[in-house]
Design a protein around this ligand. Structure first.
Ligand code: ADP
Ligand code: MG
Length: 314
């Protein structure tokens, strides 16, 4: 059953949210007004999901809602930010209540885990596309950037790599994909606690969304350094090893939403302590080098030929 635009906003996106006390004006006016405490800075991130590009067209509405926020939270995590608020620009082909119900449930299930409030947005009609802008806070001058990697720093990555790419490849070849693997694609779990813990430990940080090597290149270019990656050290899940005989998808598959960061070797015991405390594997996969090339070594220690590094839109 279709609904009207204003009813839609009221019913699915405004009502039933827990009100944060730092929201002065939320949904319902021309703009939102929020309070930023003295001594903190606002971090803004935005990501769009287009149907058929960022998720398969048959993706469940719940998962689209979840993922639209999750990919943004992954960016906030990489900056070391604490998430507070978000806005939502929704382009819908129609206003099916069953779809909206599930979409908003997925969105708010994740939002409520971090006590985030939806404070505004825009609703239009057209081919399905979802844009979220998320807002977080860091202490003044504390945001983690891509530009701080130094020669000799170790390169770490959280979790395991390539699982979402294995799931996507499975779906595309109409092979059966386990629920656990499919969840890595559809319901990424942003590493927010890790990002905040890394604030004064990591020298540079980025979230892995386009592929490990592609995202590492961003750190290298921003920092003016190079890297040597040991492909035998890449953290791979059992499911990955079951499906794949090489590391290609772990190196260049997208949608991991893990954190890739660098840290001075002096910090290695703190990195280990964070991994233990958060029960999150943090694996050292290589080292930052002074010369500005990137090499990835195979099991024999020979540099691999690197083809396409990751996902690119154009
Ligand atoms: P305006 O015409 O002033 O841009 P709109 O009619 O687009 O306002 O929106 C009315 C209110 O509803 C605004 O507060 C806007 O932020 C909010 N809003 C619109 N669409 C959404 C959405 N998809 N999610 C959350 N809030 C929304
Ligand atoms: Mg207006």
């Amino acid at each position: 059953m279709p609904v009207q635009e204003f009813q839609l906003i009221e019913h699915y996106f405004r009502n039933g949210q827990r009100q944060r006390e730092d929201v002065v004006v939320g949904i319902g006016d021309d703009g939102a007004v929020v309070r930023v405490p003295a001594g903190q800075e606002l971090v803004l991130v935005m990501d769009t999901l287009v149907s058929g590009v960022h998720f398969p067209i048959n993706t469940a509405a719940y998962d689209i809602g979840w993922k639209a926020l999750a990919v943004n939270l992954s960016d906030l995590a990489a900056m070391g930010a604490r998430p507070n608020w978000f806005t939502l620009a929704l382009t819908l082909p129609d206003t099916e209540t069953a779809w909206l119900e599930e979409f908003s449930r997925g969105l708010f299930d994740l939002a409520s885990q971090y006590a985030m409030q939806l404070i505004g947005g825009d609703t239009t009609s057209g081919p399905l596309s979802v844009t979220v802008q998320a807002h977080g806070l860091v202490d003044e001058g504390e945001a983690m950037l891509r530009s701080g990697a130094r020669p000799g720093d170790r390169i770490y990555v959280s979790g395991t790599l390539g699982d979402a790419a294995v799931a996507l490849a499975g779906l595309q070849s109409e092979a059966s994909v386990t629920t656990a693997l499919r969840e890595r694609l559809d319901r990424p779990r942003p590493r927010l606690e890790l990002g905040q813990a890394l604030i004064d430990v990591a020298s540079a940080c980025i979230d892995v969304s386009d592929g490990l090597l592609a995202d590492l290149v961003h750190i290298l270019e921003s920092s003016g350094v190079g890297a040597s990656v040991d492909s035998t050290k890449l953290p791979l899940s059992d499911a990955y090893r079951e499906h794949e005989s090489d590391v290609n998808l772990a190196l260049s598959g997208g949608d991991d939403y893990e954190l890739l960061f660098t840290a001075d070797p002096d910090q290695s015991s703190r990195v280990e302590a964070i991994a233990t405390q958060l029960k999150t594997p943090l694996t050292c996969i290589g080292e930052i080098t002074r010369d500005t090339t990137m090499q990835c070594l195979d099991a024999q220690g020979t540099p691999m030929a690197l083809g396409r590094l990751g996902f690119e839109h154009f």
